[in-house]
Design a protein around this ligand. Structure first.
Ligand code: PGA
Length: 256
């Protein structure tokens, strides 16, 4: 059985006051929730503050981050390294988010390098993949997600997916309120797992595949009731303690 993972991607949102309020609220909301890993990815600047609050809450929450560089130190102005993230207590690191692929022109190959470097540093990559609306309408979803996964397999080998997380996020569903149906998401998730199974059945069986894109308390359970949807990567709804906790509880309930 795969243990579900629900992760909150705060994106570029936060302040010291907001981090305190949100995490105090979350600590209370999830105190009694079992059977799901609940991860938060604040902006890097707030990870240290978040770590203190997570500790106060009895470490029920797991700390993550939204990006990493492919070096641990040196002349790389503005970047954040796996070693630094680890030093602050973050373990689950989002890479290849469509916003980074688009606004920072990150290629499949660059994302694969990040994947490899996170593994090398003992961190958990959360690899985001997914097609655009045009690609979806052209029937290219499977080709796009295969290409994005193959870039990692070619660079790191299939075993690198042991202990890693994939987040299937159709770009047209992110922040739009236009979520994929649970049936469509399940179909793509099953395809992704089968694609990985062509290389290794064992690796495919254990890899966590999250759905992301307009996940809300109202639609979360329907996703988690599907066999290949092992959790969610949540943007907007992770900025409120009650809605993020409701999504985590739905995952725990569906996978119990
Ligand atoms: P959303 O974002 O939940 O606001 O659609 C998801 C994501 O980008 O990870």
């Amino acid at each position: 059985m795969r243990r579900p993972v629900v992760m909150g991607n705060w994106k570029l949102n936060g302040s010291k006051a907001m981090v305190t309020e949100l995490l105090n609220g979350l600590n209370t909301e999830v105190a009694a929730v079992e059977g799901v890993d609940i991860v938060i990815a604040p902006p890097a600047l707030y990870i240290d503050q978040a770590a203190g609050l997570v500790k106060e809450g009895g470490n029920k929450l797991i700390l993550g981050a939204q990006n990493t560089d492919i070096h641990n130190s040196g002349a790389f102005t503005g970047d954040v390294s796996p070693e630094m993230l680890k030093d602050l207590g973050a373990s689950h690191i989002i890479i290849g988010h469509s916003e980074r692929r688009e606004y920072h022109e990150e290629s499949d190959e660059f994302v694969a390098k990040k994947f490899a470097f996170l593994k090398e540093n003992g961190l958990t990559p959360v690899l985001c993949i997914g097609e655009s609306e045009a690609q979806n309408e052209a029937g290219e979803t499977e080709a796009v997600v295969s290409r994005q996964i193959d870039a990692v397999i070619n660079h790191c080998g299939i075993e690198a997916f042991n202990g890693a997380i994939i987040a299937y996020e159709p770009i047209w569903a992110i922040g739009t309120g236009k979520a994929a149906t649970a049936e469509d998401a399940q179909r793509v998730h099953a395809f992704i797992r089968a694609h990985i199974a062509k290389h290794s059945k064992d690796v495919a069986e254990q890899v966590i595949i999250q759905y992301g894109g307009s996940v809300k308390p109202e639609n979360a359970l329907a996703y988690f009731q599907n066999p290949d949807i092992d959790g969610a990567l949540v943007g907007g709804a992770s900025l409120k303690a009650d809605s993020f906790a409701a999504i985590a509880k739905a995952a725990a309930e569906a996978k119990a």
